[in-house]
Design a protein around this ligand. Structure first.
Ligand SMILES: *Cc1c(COP(=O)(O)O)cnc(C)c1O
Length: 369
């Protein structure tokens, strides 16, 4: 692209737009002669929809009508499943949509010109800096610890009178570790009550660590906590865009004012309800992926790799300057993985054959570790 000189007679975006990092969606795998290609770059599950979900999509016959703006059926089903009041749930177009609602409600530039500050760990979910700055707020990024966990002490130390929101990602995308209940309890005891703490639990269904934070319990105990959940990962519905937040009414009633109406289509809503109605099948698939994760982690550690402990459906290889080289080697064997330049590579747990091939690739790539 050529740079146009800025002229007075052209429309110009807000100055923040030029500073935003670009969201890099996971790429599809390159095709290699004689090899099945696998996409391990977006943390999707490798399965097609459950029969009941597919059925719910096919049976849609009111595409000419707007959906229920309150997603009442889905919120009732979720209220049942999570044992929370339906009033405490707000749906959105994916949990990204739900996060946009939250940030636009609680973080931005105030009438006196002062920007709210939003603290989050970094590296974490790459959408955070984009959404925070688009909302008009100031991003405050606190580097992860060596082992890929949040540095909660430094996050607390970063809180000041302008802090309005803190984002905690557990398990952390892209590194994998969870926050423990003890860590979060201690953190919340020290965070001012007027700061909203978001627990992004996109991968909650894959967590097996008993010490991991229990989001629902934590929201029940804290008026300033909001949970983010999604149907994109464990439920395998990334393309349908359904997510939600769970928080107390003084939070949700404000979020509803800001939320884009009709964000969740009836197609997506009915599919999500069907998925919840068949949660056993969902969790059975998840169980299979968790054992694949454990298999991959064990193989890598046997090979000598030192990687952060992961509770999600992906692993993180902290390859630093060798990141790009690993990504190229993966492409050469028809695996797409997600590289973060000079930091590392995130690889989703996929089909058994894909995981086998990834394990083999790691064995041959110890020179990069
Ligand atoms: C994938 C992911 C999301 C979910 O995105 P959707 O908008 O629900 O598809 C949210 N947070 C994190 C950390 C993620 O990795």
């Amino acid at each position: 692209m050529t740079e146009n000189p800025v002229t007075q007679d052209q429309v110009q975006p807000r100055s923040v737009v030029a500073r935003l990092p670009k969201y890099a969606a996971g790429k599809p795998p390159a095709s290699v002669q004689g090899m099945t290609a696998y996409k391990l770059s977006s943390n999707e599950i490798p399965f097609g929809p459950l029969d009941a979900v597919h059925q719910a999509v096919v049976e849609q016959n009111s595409l000419n009508r707007y959906p229920d703006p309150l997603s009442t059926k889905l919120r009732d089903a979720l209220a049942d499943y999570l044992d929370v009041p339906a009033q405490d749930i707000v749906t959105g177009a994916g949990s990204l949509g739900a996060l946009v609602q939250i940030l636009n409600t609680f973080a931005g530039q105030n009438e006196d010109g002062v920007q709210d500050e939003v603290i989050y760990a970094w590296r974490s979910f790459e959408a955070y800096p984009i959404l925070v700055q688009t909302a008009g707020a100031l991003p405050v990024e606190i580097p992860l610890l060596e082992d890929g966990r949040h540095d909660l002490e430094s996050m607390i130390a970063a809180v000041n009178e302008n802090t309005s929101v803190i984002l905690l990602c557990t398990p952390n995308n892209p590194t994998g570790p969870v926050l423990t209940q003890a860590e979060v309890d201690d953190f919340l005891a020290r965070v001012p009550k007027n700061v909203l703490v978001v627990l992004d639990e996109a991968y909650i269904e894959f967590v097996r660590d008993e010490k991991s934070v229990d989001g629902i319990h934590t929201y029940n105990e804290n008026e300033n906590v909001v949970l983010l959940r999604t149907f994109s990962k464990a439920h395998g519905m990334a393309n349908l865009r359904v997510g939600y937040s769970v928080a107390h009414p003084q939070i949700t009633e404000n979020i509803r004012v800001v939320a884009t109406p009709f964000a969740v289509s009836s197609v997506a809503e009915d599919a999500a309800v069907a998925s919840l109605a068949n949660i056993d099948q969902v969790l059975e698939r998840v169980e299979g992926l968790v054992s694949e994760r454990e298999r991959v982690v064990a193989a890598l550690s046997e090979q000598g790799w030192k990687i952060p402990s992961t509770q999600a459906n992906f692993v993180w290889l902290p390859l630093g300057a060798n990141t790009e080289q690993f990504v190229e080697r993966a492409n050469a064997v028809a695996l797409s993985v997600r590289g973060f330049a000079d930091e590392g590579v995130r690889v989703s747990i996929g089909e058994v054959e894909a995981n086998d091939r990834f394990i083999e690739l790691c064995k041959e790539s110890l020179d990069l570790a």
